[in-house]
Write a protein that binds this ligand. Structure first.
Ligand SMILES: C[S@@+](CC[C@H](N)C(=O)[O-])C[C@H]1O[C@@H](n2cnc3c(N)ncnc32)[C@H](O)[C@@H]1O
Length: 294
């Protein structure tokens, strides 16, 4: 297993990350267009995607750069080779036939050497990765050092907990989703506490960007809305979500909830979640931005 600080085997997450990327493609396209719109026109920008996961946002950045009619570079960076290789191959397919260059750099996002490993960037995108690093402020400081003068750092962090399930599923006690979310939150506290060298970040992300020396700090949020009745892709993603929530929160759940989840995840059971069309995905994500002074 490649070394990350969070004791998560990210390589096993590739298929579900890619499925989530497919579902999020339209949201990603809109966010990528908005961020690329911040960059100076008539240039060939360098965009670095730190903790690139399945590569969905890198693919959206490649598309946004190609749509401006010019070139540019999209650099995927992740600590986990298996994810990085698969994501890079996917983004290269998306960028084929365009002047956009796609590169990959394997790196630990918390390394003090990050700015020496990555090219100087006009935009650094880091979504849902900084909260997996032991010293988040130090990591943000390191991400800021990757920026060229005038470049933007965009953190995809926070938002609203995803909702997927009807309140009463007809098996087990109603309100399972809330108990899963509470169990996940308590795992998250433990996951961070168990990291070596962990340091708390007692401020919001906007203040952390300011503390890294960035200016023009602002944020925006967007809704993720895949309403019922659910398509096959939404159902599969909800099954992925439940498997993840159960995997991290299992030891916080009652025996009754564990038995309910086992049935919901069993394709052979009449209660299988993936066979229901009254499930959905509703959530919100936030992007925090700051600019390196020119
Ligand atoms: C929750 S996923 C987010 C993926 C993608 N950015 C997204 O928002 O969908 C976290 C990603 O960060 C990567 N990661 C975790 N720790 C890392 C570290 N120390 N350095 C670089 N990447 C890391 C994981 O391999 C995974 O690809």
């Amino acid at each position: 297993m490649a070394h990350t600080h969070d004791n998560i085997d990210w390589s096993t997450r590739l298929a579900s990350l890619r499925r989530a990327d497919d579902l999020d493609a339209e949201n990603d396209r809109q966010v990528a267009d908005r961020l690329v719109g911040l960059l100076r026109p008539n240039t060939e920008p360098v965009i670095v995607d730190v903790g690139s996961g399945g590569g969905g946002m890198s693919a959206a950045f490649a598309g946004a750069l190609a749509a401006r009619g010019g070139g540019g570079r999209v650099v995927l960076s992740d600590a986990v080779d298996e994810l990085l290789d698969a994501a890079t191959a996917h983004v290269r397919d998306v960028a084929a036939g365009t002047p956009v260059v796609v590169e990959a750099v394997q790196a630990d996002a918390s390394s003090d050497q990050l700015a020496n490993q990555l090219p100087s960037a006009d935009l650094v995108w880091a979504s849902r990765v900084v909260h997996h690093l032991p010293d988040q402020q130090r990591a943000i400081d390191g991400l800021a050092r990757v920026l060229a003068p005038g470049g933007w750092l965009a953190l995809g962090e926070g938002g609203l907990a995803t909702k997927c399930l009807p309140w009463d599923l007809g098996i087990g006690e109603p309100g399972l989703a809330n108990r899963l979310t509470a169990a996940r939150d308590s795992w998250f506290v433990r996951m961070r506490a168990e990291m070596s060298g962990v340091t708390s970040l007692p401020i919001g992300w906007n203040k952390a960007l300011e503390a890294a020396g960035l200016s023009e700090v602002f944020s925006f949020s967007y809704v993720i809305d895949h309403p019922a009745p659910a398509s096959d892709a939404v159902r599969q993603s909800v099954v992925d979500w439940l498997a993840w929530m159960y995997g991290v929160g299992e030891d916080q759940l009652s025996d009754s909830d564990k038995a309910t989840v086992a049935r919901l995840l069993d394709p052979a059971d009449s209660a299988y979640l993936g066979a229901r069309d009254d499930i959905f995905i509703l959530g919100a994500s936030t992007v925090y931005l700051g600019q390196m002074p020119s």
